[in-house]
Structure formats: structure tokens, C-alpha cells
Design a binder for this molecule. Structure first.
Ligand code: ADP
Ligand code: MG
Ligand code: MG
Ligand code: MG
Length: 402
């Protein structure tokens, strides 16, 4: 019985669930179901009807995190995920999967199957390139971040939205895993032994760096600027040549808008560094690295351009039109973007949730060299966040160490 009490479903339950609780499939369906989740927190089931060929995704929040049961994660994250996907679908049509159904008892939702796309991190590790990505992701970010801010949203309505998306448990994970643990010798960190000395000397023993991460952590906790995706790395993006879809917004809450932009940029830098160390052919490597550089540049510069344009078109707040204000506001947003780029580079290398881009570098010397690049760049982004602003500035920091 799916209507009384939550239980964690297995594949055969999901088939019954789809037949009895969803009106997505035809009466005479012949369903098969496979659990395809690879994330840290949830269970993702893919249902296929062999008769009609129709397919559907059911995502269920587990009672504890999949990665480790020491993380307490409220199943309410599944409500947040389905509500946010519906909202993002309105703000940025075409850039998220369609949401069909949310069930507050089973803590699951049903959404469009995007299996014709590929997870972007996987595609980038194969060194595939996506010329439209920067354009797509900047439209998605400007539409979701600018339009949920006080610049555009009526302020009382925004405060209501802030209330319904406070997401305390998932925020705590970010506060710990991104802003705190990587910057001291924390037991839960997961470091590559060859990098330990470098991390000790350049990250853990740097008091100035520690102070800056403390400032940034408090800004993250207190600056309710925009409704963030909250986990916008390349593993939360489905992509193919002509289409980009953002999934997995369960970390969403009102925070600093630069958090999302910085996450995208940092994960592009991981792909860059992966290409540098794993592509053997010189010509192929040059081509891929040039594509990655161009994409990093474009993400920053197109975001800036579209944000300013969107501001002129959509600002509803009187003082937002005062000369100089939008430039002031964007400057702060970009400062946060720079800092978060740095935090994400460090935390994915030192902290508990590593990235494949770096982990697949098999040669030990190369792995350490790759980690030194991202950690050095990461530290620079955190410390120099007042001066780095353009796409070119971002690329220069990376090239300075790469
Ligand atoms: P988690 O919150 O546990 O990280 P995700 O939402 O990131 O879960 O999904 C985990 C995996 O499940 C994705 O990497 C992808 O392979 C698959 N998946 C998730 N949503 C869809 C979808 N709408 N269509 C197809 N596959 C999906
Ligand atoms: Mg995920
Ligand atoms: Mg690691
Ligand atoms: Mg997730």
C-alpha cells in the first residue's frame, strides 16, 4: 500500500506503483523497471513499456543518504526537487525535465526520461564537445537566478518563497562539505595520499585562506539572494548536441546567486584538467583544451551580458533602475562566482565527494600534478575574488598553473 506509510521501493514495487498511482502509461502496459541511480543520495528507477515504447523516471528519496548513513537528509528534499523543477520549467522552459507527479508519502516523483541525453561529466571525460552549452546554461542561470531575486520578484512573494525552500539539512551538507571540512585536516576528507604534503602546506596551514572561507561560509548561510539550484555540477546536467537539461535540484534554497555559476565554472575546469592529462594525441588535446577554455570564457561573459540585458528588461524594483546599481549588484554576484569556483575546486579534491574527472587520472604523478593545478587555482580564486571578473580573467588563473 503506497498511501499509508513511506517505505523504500525496489524495482518490482515501482512497477506496481506506476500501474496503480500514475496515469502515465496505457491500460495494457508491459512494464520493466531498472534502478539506474549513481548519485549520492537517492534511488532512480527507469520504467519502460515494451508495448508503446514510452518510458518514465521515478526518483525516490531514501531514508538516509546513499553515500553514508551519517548524513541526515530530510525526505522533504523530494518535494523541494519536484516543486523547483516545476518552477524552473516555467522560468527556463526546455532546460529541465517535465515533472509529472509528486508523492509526499512515498517521497518520490515521476519525471520525463532523458535517456537520449548523456550526463555531461561522463561526456566530457570522453572529451566530447558541446558548442551550445555555454549559451544554454547561461540562459538557464540568468532566468532562474535573476527572476527569483528581489530585482524581479515582488518582495513579499519572495519572502514566502524563501520560507518554503529553507532546506536546512541539505544546506548543512554544503556548509560542512564545501565550506568547512576541506580546509582543515578533517577525518571525513578523502585525499589522494600523493597530494597530502601539498594540501597540508598550501591549504590547511594557510590561516588567511581559512579566514576567507569563514567569511564565505557566513555569506552562504545569510545571503538569501536567489533561488539556487544548489548542486549545479556537470553530473547534474544532461546533454546532447542540441539540448541541455538540468536535473537534481534537491539542494535548492535561497542563497548567493554566484553559487550556481561558480559550480558550473569549477566543474568545467575539472574537465579541462582531465583533458590535459588524459588525451594522448597532441592535436586532439589542443582542440579539446581550446574548447574548454572557450566554454569557460563564454559562461562568464554570456552570463554577464544576459544578466544585464535581463535586468533592463525585467527589473520591477524602483531602486534597481538607479544608475550604477545593476553594475554594483553584478559585481557582487561575480565576486561570489569567483569564490565558489575556488571552493568547489578545493572541496572536490580534498573533501568527501570527489569528481571522476580527476579520479580517472591513473598515473600517480599526473594525478598529483592535476590536483596541484586545481588546488592552486582554487586558492587563487578564493583569495583574489575581488579582482577576477571576465571570462578571460578566469581562464588566465587556470593557465597560470596548468
Ligand atoms: P541523486 O540526487 O541521487 O544524485 P540524480 O537526480 O542526480 O540523483 O540521478 C542519478 C542518476 O540517475 C543520473 O546521473 C542519471 O544517470 C539518472 N537519471 C536521473 N534523472 C533522470 C532522468 N530524468 N532521465 C534519465 N536518467 C535520469
Ligand atoms: Mg545527482
Ligand atoms: Mg579526493
Ligand atoms: Mg542529488
Amino acid at each position: 500500500d503506497f498511501t499509508k506509510e513511506y517505505f523504500k521501493m525496489v524495482e518490482k514495487d515501482v512497477i506496481v506503483y506506476a500501474k496503480t498511482r500514475l496515469d502515465f502509461f496505457d491500460e495494457d502496459v508491459e512494464l520493466s523497471c531498472e534502478e539506474i541511480g549513481d548519485g549520492n543520495l537517492n534511488y532512480v528507477f527507469r520504467l519502460v513499456d515494451s508495448k508503446s515504447g514510452k518510458s518514465l523516471i521515478v526518483k525516490q528519496a531514501g531514508p538516509v543518504a546513499r553515500i553514508s548513513d551519517e548524513f541526515k537528509v530530510s525526505p522533504d528534499r523530494n518535494r523541494i526537487e519536484s516543486e523547483i523543477l516545476s518552477l524552473q520549467h516555467k522560468l527556463a522552459p526546455g532546460f529541465v525535465p517535465k515533472m509529472y507527479h509528486y508523492d509526499p508519502i512515498m517521497n518520490c516523483c515521476a519525471m520525463e526520461d532523458l535517456s537520449d541525453h548523456e550526463i555531461m561529466r561522463t561526456a566530457l571525460i570522453k572529451h566530447k564537445t558541446f558548442p551550445l552549452f555555454a549559451d544554454h546554461i547561461t540562459t538557464f542561470m540568468v532566468n532562474t537566478l535573476l527572476h527569483t531575486s528581489d530585482v524581479v520578484t515582488e518582495h513579499k512573494e519572495k519572502k514566502e518563497l524563501v520560507k518554503s525552500f529553507t532546506n536546512p539539512e541539505l544546506c548543512e551538507i554544503t556548509e560542512d562539505l564545501v565550506y568547512t571540512e576541506p580546509f582543515f585536516d578533517c577525518e571525513r576528507n578523502d585525499i589522494f595520499e600523493g597530494s597530502r604534503e601539498f594540501i597540508k602546506e598550501h591549504i590547511w596551514n594557510d590561516e588567511k585562506l581559512a579566514l576567507e572561507t569563514a567569511k564565505l561560509k557566513f555569506e552562504f548561510m545569510t545571503h538569501s539572494q536567489s533561488l539556487l539550484h544548489g548542486d549545479l555540477h556537470t553530473g547534474s546536467i544532461f546533454i546532447k548536441e542540441d539540448s541541455t537539461k538540468v536535473i537534481d535540484p534537491e539542494f535548492a534554497f535561497y542563497g548567493p546567486a554566484g553559487y550556481d555559476v561558480g559550480n558550473v565554472v569549477a566543474n568545467l575546469i575539472f574537465a579541462y584538467v582531465n583533458g590535459k592529462f588524459t588525451i594522448e594525441d597532441d592535436g586532439e588535446r589542443d582542440k579539446f583544451l581550446q574548447y574548454m577554455e572557450k566554454t569557460i570564457r563564454e559562461v562568464i561573459d554570456l552570463f554577464t551580458e544576459k544578466f544585464l540585458y535581463g535586468w533592463d528588461e525585467h527589473a520591477t524594483e524602483r531602486v534597481a533602475t538607479y544608475p550604477g546599481f545593476k553594475e554594483y549588484y553584478l559585481d557582487g554576484l561575480l565576486r561570489d562566482t569567483v569564490a565558489v569556483t575556488g571552493l568547489e575546486l578545493c572541496r572536490r579534491t580534498i573533501g568527501i565527494a570527489g569528481v571522476k574527472d580527476i579520479q580517472v587520472i591513473k598515473n600517480e604523478k599526473d594525478r598529483v600534478a592535476a590536483e596541484k593545478i586545481v588546488l592552486s587555482a582554487g586558492k587563487t580564486f578564493i583569495l583574489e575574488r575581488d579582482t577576477i571578473r571576465t571570462g578571460d580573467d578566469f581562464v588566465k588563473v587556470v593557465l597560470n598553473y596548468a
